[in-house]
Ligand binder design. Structure first.
Ligand code: CA
Length: 377
């Protein structure tokens, strides 16, 4: 019987199989090792960011939001993302925040969108619209009603990502050294009032002036302005406006639910691993809600102190004045929408959300406010 020599091909085949299998194992191990290494690197990489604000450092209320945001980001990221907060004027002036974050000179900014109306008129919708949405409604519109997406579109050409970074609730109409009894009293009134509210005052015959927070006290004290709005009792008491103004008017028709903003340089944000991006977004959301909670708890106490201890005169703007301002506001909004397609787009979306939320709030929030005013029999 002829012996078949089948060993060499089988051995060669087995060897080839071994080489392929081993090779594949090595490749797959190398892949795993590389994946693990890159995750470890991402986990260890640290980032140092600068945050610029439109408020002086540690400014009561508004200025504590960026500090809280930076602290939370550092804690949640275990120090992997450190954010140093600079007050207005330390790195850039108050009104230079948008430009500095857009250019990447700083990676984050804290301020208010309506300060940038000269660059983006439609940005004003993302702070406050006179006679518009309150805090609860603004937050609903931004986070579940398509508002934030519109805001992101507006800021994308500036390499910026906007986030809500503070919510004040209904503000006060402001501090006046002049009585407002009729629409005629608005004529010649020099008042610090930013955004759309300022445009309304201008058309009512006054002069709206935008002054950064840090310069307001002196401006009112020296008579450069006759009146100023700021936020509400808690913030205003800390400011000391009661020492230099006679009348404290309400309601804040011009800022019914203002949203502060955190702006992040988009290029810098995209360099962060996903977990740090989520931390930044979560810390912003926290700052936004925290401000509203703090004001809700502290405004009423501060108002009591202003009236009872400092003897300020609390006054309501007459209905005739409010109606006049409301009519002017409507004209201004319609005209701005006719001029600027971007403004119009946001305006239509804003009105659409209003049309949904107002009827519901009429039978929920508003009806409840009335219900609790009913006196016991
Ligand atoms: Ca204000």
């Amino acid at each position: 019987m002829k012996k078949i020599n089948w060993y060499p091909p089988v051995i060669l085949g087995l060897l080839a199989l071994l080489v392929v299998t081993f090779g594949a194992l090595v490749v797959s191990r190398t892949d795993q090792v590389q994946t693990v290494t890159s995750i470890e690197n991402a986990g260890q990489q640290t980032f140092e960011w600068k945050l610029v604000t439109t408020w002086p450092k540690n400014f009561p209320g508004l200025g504590s939001a960026p500090e809280r945001f930076a602290k939370n980001v550092a804690k949640m990221s275990n120090g992997r993302l450190k954010i140093k907060v600079y007050g207005a004027g330390e790195l850039v002036p108050a009104m230079g925040v948008f430009g500095a974050v857009s250019d990447g000179a700083a990676q984050v900014g804290h301020g208010a969108a309506y300060y940038w109306k000269g660059k983006v008129p439609a940005a004003q919708f993302f702070t406050a619209v006179p006679f518009g949405l309150n805090a609860q409604e603004m937050n609903g519109w931004l986070h579940y009603g398509g508002g934030l997406e519109l805001w992101e579109e507006l800021y994308a050409p500036f390499d910026l990502i906007p986030m809500a970074g503070g919510s004040t609730g209904v503000q006060m109409a402001g501090w006046f050294n002049r009585e407002i009894n009729s629409v005629d009293d608005l004529k010649g009134l020099k008042m610090r009032i930013p955004g759309l509210g300022g445009e309304v005052l201008n058309r009512a015959g006054g002069t709206a002036i935008t002054i950064p927070g840090g310069e307001l006290y002196t401006a009112l004290q020296t008579g450069v302005i006759d009146a100023t709005e700021w936020v509400g009792p808690y913030n205003d008491l800390a400011f000391g406006f009661h020492q230099i103004a006679q009348y404290y008017y309400y309601p804040g028709w011009h800022e019914p639910g203002s949203i502060l903003e955190i702006i992040v340089n988009k290029t810098a944000f995209e360099k962060l691993p996903e977990d740090l991006q989520a931390i930044v977004r979560t810390a912003a959301r926290d700052a936004n809600q925290d401000m509203l909670d703090e004001y809700t708890a502290r405004n009423n106490r501060a108002l009591k102190e202003l009236v009872e201890e400092h003897g300020i005169e609390l006054r309501k703007l007459p209905d005739s004045v409010i109606a006049h301002l409301k009519a002017i506001n409507h004209q201004i909004m319609e005209e701005a929408a006719a001029k600027d397609p971007q403004f119009n787009r946001v305006y239509q979306a804003f009105k659409e959300f209003e049309a949904q939320v107002i009827p519901y709030h009429r039978i929920s929030e508003e009806a409840y406010y009335q219900t609790r005013e009913i006196e016991l029999p």
